[in-house]
Design a protein around this ligand. Structure first.
Ligand SMILES: *Cc1c(COP(=O)(O)O)cnc(C)c1O
Length: 386
């Protein structure tokens, strides 16, 4: 089943859901525009995993409004969902699995990435079935040993692709790679880039005529001008996740996650909280119950460490996080049922951020964002500032 799409409809959904993520179209559009201006190249907005959990269609529309020229996703189904939503921008799909609906994707005018001769044959067969010519980009692996065609298989892939072109079944329009580099040293991209250029020469020598090459995701796009090539593929930065933490670009957070206090209780000193009595109150005070838990995207490892903002004041989560609820120690603050709680907000206003959570949880902001569960309502704040 697809994950929930953003709710742009009546506001009753907002009131009924235990928590709401507000997705800012304006932030996504302005982050896209900023990256495009910085790189000076066309931008592919990467909206895989349902737009990093925020709703692929809404994120795609906002990024296109901000100047992205095309979209990138992992699966054919993600591409087909965008087409079904009426989005006709170019789409590239790169994580094809056995059984992927290739013919449907070809009919929907989706560009398929290919990293093996075997997959190229499957794409050619699907193209033959549709009577159309499949647009294909070949992915070469340049040091990450993850996806992409291993360099030793590349000449074979090019030859198979060329043969399929000559049969009128595919058109190889691009060659690309993905970097495994995670540090912000521009020099680290030089080796994989040289391997990409080498692969491109091999492709040309085989008779292929790829019209573009691309490599950079958010990090390389920002730190390595050499890596920008003909296109940058931007995911994380769309959502306000800074590619280089120590040198922020001033990206705007695209997601704001709020809930409301569900219950308040008075406690004495030493009272246990939650499963296993793993936390005991230090003194008498108040506890606020939140109607969100690990199924909603607050991992159990959020305690100890994560704090949330209630009435502009930070209070810590305490005790084991449950599946559907968690507890905040608000001390002697005056907090009432229904008070708004900011789980993720605007760090410039002192609210918790994706980065802050990720540092506490020992992960990256992307994992926190995509960890938001299906019960969290996605509400799109419409309106792209011009
Ligand atoms: C996820 C992904 C991107 C975007 O990466 P970010 O670091 O989020 O910008 C680009 N290209 C590919 C192939 C990806 O899988």
């Amino acid at each position: 089943m697809p994950s929930p799409s953003p709710d742009t409809g009546p506001s009753h959904r907002r009131d009924r859901a235990p928590s709401v993520v507000t997705v800012s179209e304006a932030a996504i559009a302005s982050n896209t525009a900023l990256l495009r201006a910085l790189c000076g190249t066309p931008v592919m907005a990467v909206v895989k995993a349902d737009g990093f959990g925020l709703g692929a269609t809404a994120v795609a529309r906002a990024a296109l409004a901000g100047g992205a020229g095309e979209l990138g996703v992992a699966t054919c189904d993600e591409a087909l969902a965008l087409r079904a939503a009426g989005i006709d921008a170019p789409i590239l799909v790169w994580m094809l699995h056995p059984g992927a609906p290739l013919a449907d994707a070809i009919r929907a005018d989706v560009t398929l990435s290919c990293a093996s001769p075997r997959l190229l044959e499957l794409i050619a067969a699907a193209a033959a079935e549709t009577g159309l010519r499949a647009r294909v980009e070949l992915e070469v692996e340049t040091g990450m040993h993850r996806s992409g065609c291993p360099p030793q298989d590349w000449p074979d892939l090019c030859a198979v692709a060329r043969a399929a072109e000559q049969r009128g079944l595919v058109d190889v329009t691009g060659v690309w790679t993905h970097f495994g580099v995670t540090d912000d040293d521009a020099g680290a991209f030089a080796r994989p880039l040289a391997r990409l250029e080498h692969a491109l020469r091999t492709a040309r020598d085989t008779g292929l005529r790829p019209r573009r090459r691309h490599a950079a995701a958010s990090l390389a796009a920002v730190v390595s001008p050499d890596a920008r090539l003909d296109l940058v593929r931007i995911g994380a930065a769309l959502f306000g996740i800074e590619p280089v933490r120590s040198r922020p670009l001033g990206l705007e957070p695209a997601a704001r996650w709020e809930t409301a206090v569900a219950q308040v209780r008075d406690v004495g000193p030493g009272d246990p909280v939650g499963y296993g009595a793993q936390y005991r109150t230090a003194r008498s005070g108040r506890l606020a119950l939140l109607p969100v838990g690990y199924a909603d995207g607050i991992p159990r490892s959020a305690w100890p460490g994560v704090t949330v903002s209630v009435g502009g004041i930070r209070h810590p989560l305490v005790g084991a996080v449950s599946m559907d609820q968690c507890v905040v120690d608000v001390g002697d603050a005056v907090v009432e049922v229904g008070d708004r709680v900011v789980l993720l907000g605007e760090p410039a206003l002192g609210e918790p951020s994706l980065l802050e959570w990720s540092l506490i949880l020992g992960t990256i902001p992307q994992e926190v964002l995509t960890g938001l569960g299906p019960r969290v309502a996605r509400v799109v704040a419409q309106g792209v500032r011009s």
